[in-house]
Design a protein around this ligand. Sequence first.
Ligand SMILES: Nc1nc2c(c(=O)[nH]1)N[C@H]1C(S)=C(S)[C@@H](COP(=O)(O)OP(=O)(O)OC[C@H]3O[C@@H](n4cnc5c(=O)[nH]c(N)nc54)[C@H](O)[C@@H]3O)O[C@H]1N2
Ligand SMILES: Nc1nc2c(c(=O)[nH]1)N[C@H]1C(S)=C(S)[C@@H](COP(=O)(O)OP(=O)(O)OC[C@H]3O[C@@H](n4cnc5c(=O)[nH]c(N)nc54)[C@H](O)[C@@H]3O)O[C@H]1N2
Ligand code: SF4
Ligand SMILES: [Mo]
Length: 650
Amino acid sequence: MKFKSVCSYCGVGCGFEIKNRIKPLKDYPANRGLICKKGSLEDKVVNNRILKPLFRKNKNEEFKEISYEEAIKIITDKIKASTPEKIGFYLSGQLLNEDYYIANKLGKGFINTANVDTNSRTCMASAVVGYKKTIGSDYVPLTMEDAINSDLYIVAGGNIAEAHVVFFNRIKRAKKNGLKVVVIDPRFTKTAKIADLYIDINVGGDIYLFLALAKKFLDEGMVDFEFLKEKVNFNDEYFEELKKVDIDKYLKLAGVSKDKFEKLAEMWRENENIVGSWTMGLNQSSEGVEKNIAFINLFILTGKMFKDLNGPLSLTGQPNAMGGREVGGLATTLAVHLDYTPENVKKVEEFWKTENIPNKPGLTADEMVKKGKLKVLIVAHTDPVYHLPNRSETEKAFSEIDLVVELNAYKGSETSKFANLIIPVAPWGEKEGTQTNLDRLITLQMPFRKKQTKQDWEVFANIAKALGFSGFDFNSSKEVFNEYKEMTKLSLDMNIYECDYDKLKEKPFRWGENLKEALTSNKKANLLWVEKQNRSLKPDSKYPFLLITTRLANHWHSMTKTAQVINDEVEFVEMNEEDMKDLNIKEGDLVLIKSQFGEVNLKVKKSEIKKKVVAIPMHYRKVNFLTNPILDPVSKEPDYNHTPVNIRKI
Ligand SMILES: Nc1nc2c(c(=O)[nH]1)N[C@H]1C(S)=C(S)[C@@H](COP(=O)(O)OP(=O)(O)OC[C@H]3O[C@@H](n4cnc5c(=O)[nH]c(N)nc54)[C@H](O)[C@@H]3O)O[C@H]1N2
Ligand SMILES: Nc1nc2c(c(=O)[nH]1)N[C@H]1C(S)=C(S)[C@@H](COP(=O)(O)OP(=O)(O)OC[C@H]3O[C@@H](n4cnc5c(=O)[nH]c(N)nc54)[C@H](O)[C@@H]3O)O[C@H]1N2
Ligand code: SF4
Ligand SMILES: [Mo]
């Protein structure tokens, strides 16, 4: 028998047919018959499944197998003995919408804790704030197809060749039909190799470059004032500030040559349809929100917004990062794109038939773990001990939480070392439900193996029922989805209620197809002045290099599954040739990399990377022993790409 399903790795969301092996679907909008190596090996059986709940009272004891009922009782007893603000849910952009919906309903709606956040905080939070501030809603206003069919595609701080492989291959194909590509990155990445213009920016130089470009637009009459008058809220102050920008000075600070800058401006002038994308190079920063706004402003200023083939297309990384945002899985949202206002709280209470929903946002991921003084933390489909910055501090915080519960399908996460209770759940291939890819396409994962354990939402529903809450009696993922879609009627922008679950088996559903304007109160976008900030740590004589962390095409984050089927090396640090010479280092030499937070040893790999910048794959599980704890003050996204380090040959 043949099955249709969708890849559970990245945000591209490729459609598959599964018979004896995985085959990409030709008519699927996200991949049009293409697939990458990770996706094609996704059905390989990996042998590290967890199948029985494991418990230990103290974190230094051995785990013992217990029954599922006992596990649920341990959780509910502890929840009853705690106050809501001491309870946290740490969710993931890899959970399905149904899992997210039930966890959010249980946490915010019934346990009444606002501390329900997700690993998307470390990933897309800056883009969420950027979109909300500029276009009034966390709504990605265009699609991958727009980028493919545009004239000029700009990628700033993203490496689609490794992180969105199938999309990259479609962009590469589109180049044959005339698409021009610009890449802005401190590393000459695989994406940069196909670029018509590669801009080797300094780490953290983006805001300088974007402001210099905005000033150039003003100087050269490229600002579309008609569009601004009609579609944008702006004031003179923005232009007064912009006039003060000294282009030459800013380019120097950005590390960008005048030639490259002129070429970029010329390409912007000469191309009608322009799409710009960004990922972690802009988001994971202490000024992630400002970087997002400065980039989006370029499209607003030139009127390249709210029309086909134009605009700022943030690329989400995880398969359901968008769905998590839609359901309301971030601590800063209540549910279905509704923020915490008294009216929204009331609406949601009525919908869920509950009361006492908190009236303000909860703690965000890193804060919840490190400042929340939590008694209970439930972690699902993510590995925060591995992925949060400043690992020593993370470990200390985890060891102080009374009951750490981990829902995982596989053994051996870093978080499991600090868990008291591990509950097995069904992974991709065994479970069923929906996810939203990076361009609003709701897709359906279908099982093709026998389910061996419950899936995530069932565990959350069982906890809810054991606590005596009503509204959790669901028999299938479809029933959960149907309640969720009904709830989207409360949101102002999402027409997910029009999506039919059964039809998803044949065809995905794209919400928001007809939205072609800002979602602010007067339907106009906001042009906001932002400047370069001074929040990150700076290199000095003790720590003279800047560390950034990156991804590789064939591995997925902590490599739970990919390390079992793919051998690509992840234990290396990329360095520039001149820096290697200065330190008398050869390729393959072992070096000690030290930051003020920790140290690791790795082999050196020669790379075309900006001088005094080094890069380590984030798949290397110890990478966050090095990274700094600074967060963007608004999005609370970590500054993963800005840690001063020292390098010494050993
Ligand atoms: N194969 C694979 N694909 C994945 C993932 C995976 O684990 N493996 N994970 C998924 C997830 S969750 C995510 S979030 C995405 C991430 O997707 P990407 O963000 O594209 O992946 P990274 O490799 O982290 O790339 C960040 C890029 O930003 C550059 N950079 C660093 N600092 C700066 C800066 O200050 N300015 C600029 N302009 N650039 C900078 C880095 O050199 C790097 O090339 O990938 C998704 N896809
Ligand atoms: N230094 C540095 N740190 C980073 C980043 C970076 O670029 N640099 N990127 C950040 C970003 S963007 C992200 S998205 C995070 C990613 O970091 P994580 O989310 O921590 O990484 P994963 O390895 O994807 O973790 C997924 C976990 O879910 C488990 N799992 C698999 N299937 C299921 C299932 O069906 N149900 C459940 N409950 N569990 C399952 C897997 O075994 C694994 O333990 O890392 C962040 N941390
Ligand atoms: S590009 Fe992303 S969604 Fe597509 S097969 Fe590869 S990992 Fe899966
Ligand atoms: Mo991510």
